[in-house]
Ligand binder design. Structure first.
Ligand SMILES: Cc1cc2nc3c(=O)[nH]c(=O)nc-3n(C[C@H](O)[C@H](O)[C@H](O)COP(=O)(O)OP(=O)(O)OC[C@H]3O[C@@H](n4cnc5c(N)ncnc54)[C@H](O)[C@@H]3O)c2cc1C
Length: 264
């Protein structure tokens, strides 16, 4: 028996960097360092734990998959150094400007080509943050989706998990093959060990383009996008705050200031 897990990981601009839009209102990815989306590290961690638990029952294999530019290989290497077995990188110049509809198409085709029993996604990317990709992906693959899990396991051909809401926790399950997404409450992601980093250098990374996936260029890119960015403006620079000095009447002056701003 085997369990083929595909983890979708996104290479995102570093949120601590200075980020800008390009002239065509897409994110200027050349101008800022990128990294593996932190929220996808949780997905990799859950895949590793599921594979460990499955070990006695057969072979589990973890493939990490990204759709992204050349540098997105860095995100794959990080996931491989955490312990994933192999990686698939989809890259094509025609992907520039692809929205979530196009990205889900590319991921679905790559996942079908790779073969899968379970697809694990993060709860949202840290740049686009739409949080809808896992659901669209499940629809495209024609398999059940169990999203926003804070606990996940595989047992007897089922994926089981807990979704924590404001008023209740739901215990959910679906038959495999399935797509799940995991939250940042699912368990701390491990740091790659030195051994893991060295081993990752030798793990296979398969490169695919749109032709390999039999996707026409006009189904993706800005032309194929269902959404369009109308305008974008830099956030205005922060203005200096008001300092209320305490010269004996600090409390009174603070209250007056808060009242003038209608806070009290
Ligand atoms: C070169 C390039 C240019 C792009 N340009 C644009 C653009 O101009 N406008 C636009 O709207 N979108 C663009 N995209 C797509 C966009 O970056 C998102 O991947 C896509 O819209 C999904 O939205 P999200 O990140 O908010 O997904 P969410 O639904 O927030 O993501 C949830 C989960 O889906 C998985 N996931 C999401 N994206 C990827 C990915 N790329 N690879 C692997 N797993 C993924 C992760 O597991 C993630 O945690 C571009 C993508 C690429 C590669």
């Amino acid at each position: 028996m085997s369990l083929r897990i595909v983890v979708c990981v996104k290479y995102v601009p570093d949120a601590t960097g200075d980020r800008h839009f390009a002239d065509d209102l897409t994110v200027d990815r050349d101008d800022v360092d990128g990294l593996l989306s932190e929220l996808d590290e949780y997905a990799v961690e859950q895949a590793l734990q599921i594979a460990d638990d499955f070990d006695g029952d057969g072979d589990a294999e973890i493939t990490v998959l990204t759709v992204g530019p050349e540098d997105a290989k860095d995100a794959l290497r990080k996931a491989l150094s955490m312990g994933a077995d192999k990686a698939v990188h989809v890259e094509d110049d025609d992907l520039h400007g692809t929205d979530v509809i196009g990205t889900s198409l590319v991921l679905a085709k790559a996942i079908e080509k790779t073969g899968y029993d379970l697809v694990i996604c993060g709860m949202a990317s840290t740049d686009g943050t739409m949080g809808v990709l896992p659901a669209i992906l499940a629809e495209r693959l024609g398999v059940p989706q169990v999203t926003l899990l804070s606990d996940v396991s595989v047992e007897d051909g089922l994926v089981k998990g807990r979704r924590d809401g404001d008023t209740a926790s739901e215990l959910l399950e679906a038959s495999l093959p399935a797509v799940v997404s995991v939250t940042d409450q699912s368990g701390e992601a491990r740091y790659p060990s030195f051994k893991g980093i060295m081993a990752a250098k030798k793990k296979p990374v398969q490169s695919l383009d749109l032709e390999d996936l039999e996707i026409d260029a006009d189904e993706v890119g800005l032309a194929g996008a269902w959404t369009a960015v109308g305008s974008a403006a830099e956030r205005p620079a922060r203005t200096a705050g008001t300092i209320v000095k305490d010269e004996g009447e600090g409390g009174k002056r603070l209250a007056e200031f808060l009242a003038s701003q209608k806070f009290i």
